[in-house]
Write a protein that binds this ligand. Structure first.
Ligand SMILES: O=C(O)CCC(=O)C(=O)O
Length: 265
């Protein structure tokens, strides 16, 4: 059953980003908060702190925890989120790709640099992320997205702190423009968000986020889905996130038909 208006679906096709309010209900928001606490209490092997040691706050991230944290699995598979992802992608069944927990503590100065997600990944073909805060997010603390950039091209992925080219070799992809230097030249979308609202954006949409210069925390659960067009693209480098041993189990160019990526809608 369709949960979105045709206007929302066509906005996503045009812009590569759309806000959907109230995707999670109050019980699901509590479950997501609890799940984020579990992840932070026992971080997984892919967890990292993406802020400098002298940052007055902290930017914590962890990836791929749904198989250990049942509440993340329930939200990723059984909430409205995968159905919205399927409607937006509009080409048949969608697979869960992975989850990503992103917490900026109050006072964090670290920006999330402008980037596209897909060049860090091990897939070709389309996918969509749902960025779901479980705390109120003021406009000035929100993820920002550049409408229309989902049409490409792929842009050079770099490490967030040192700006190193750890994925595609230097010079092999175009560099991101200096968006901060000329913000008015871009169609930048951001929103004041309530817990349980979600920004859905294409894996190629350029996005970044300010620090969080506010007293509260900014806890986010991001759920990511693959369209049926997605194909395995093993890389010569360690992708982010990394899927240990996957290249031995799934051929290059194969559909993402593997227990790590269940069909969810
Ligand atoms: O939450 C953030 O600061 C950045 C989020 C992001 O880059 C993503 O969800 O892909």
């Amino acid at each position: 059953m369709a949960t979105l208006s045709t206007k929302t679906v066509s906005e996503f096709a045009r812009d590569g980003v759309v806000l959907v309010r109230g995707v999670l209900d109050a019980e699901q928001i509590d479950a997501a908060r609890q799940a984020i606490s579990e992840v932070m209490a026992v971080p997984g092997p892919l967890a990292q702190v993406a802020s400098d040691a002298d940052d007055p706050g902290r930017f914590f991230e962890d990836f791929c925890r749904w198989s250990q944290v049942p509440a993340i699995e329930r939200l990723a598979r059984q909430s409205r989120v995968p159905r919205v992802a399927a409607e937006l992608l509009g080409d048949g069944p969608v697979r869960l790709y992975h989850d990503h927990v992103l917490v900026k503590e109050g006072g964090t100065t670290q920006r999330t640099p402008w980037h596209q997600d897909q060049p860090y990944y091990n897939v070709d073909g389309r996918g969509v992320s749902a960025w779901i805060p479980v705390d109120p997010v003021p406009l000035a603390g929100c993820l920002e997205l550049v409408a229309g950039t989902h049409r490409g091209p792929w842009l050079m992925p770099r490490t967030f702190l040192a700006g190193e080219a750890r994925w595609f070799p230097e010079g092999s992809l175009a560099e991101l423009p200096d968006i901060e230097a000329d913000r008015g030249a871009y169609d930048i979308r951001h929103y004041e968000m309530a817990p349980g609202d979600a920004i859905f954006f294409d894996f190629l949409t350029v996005h970044g986020a300010p620090g969080f210069p506010f007293p509260g925390r900014r806890r986010v659960l991001s759920l990511r889905y693959l369209s049926s067009s997605a194909r395995h693209a093993p890389r010569r480098w360690r992708t982010s996130p990394h899927f240990e041993g996957l290249q031995d189990e799934l051929a290059e160019g194969a559909p993402m038909d593997h227990p790590l990526f269940p069909i969810v809608a």
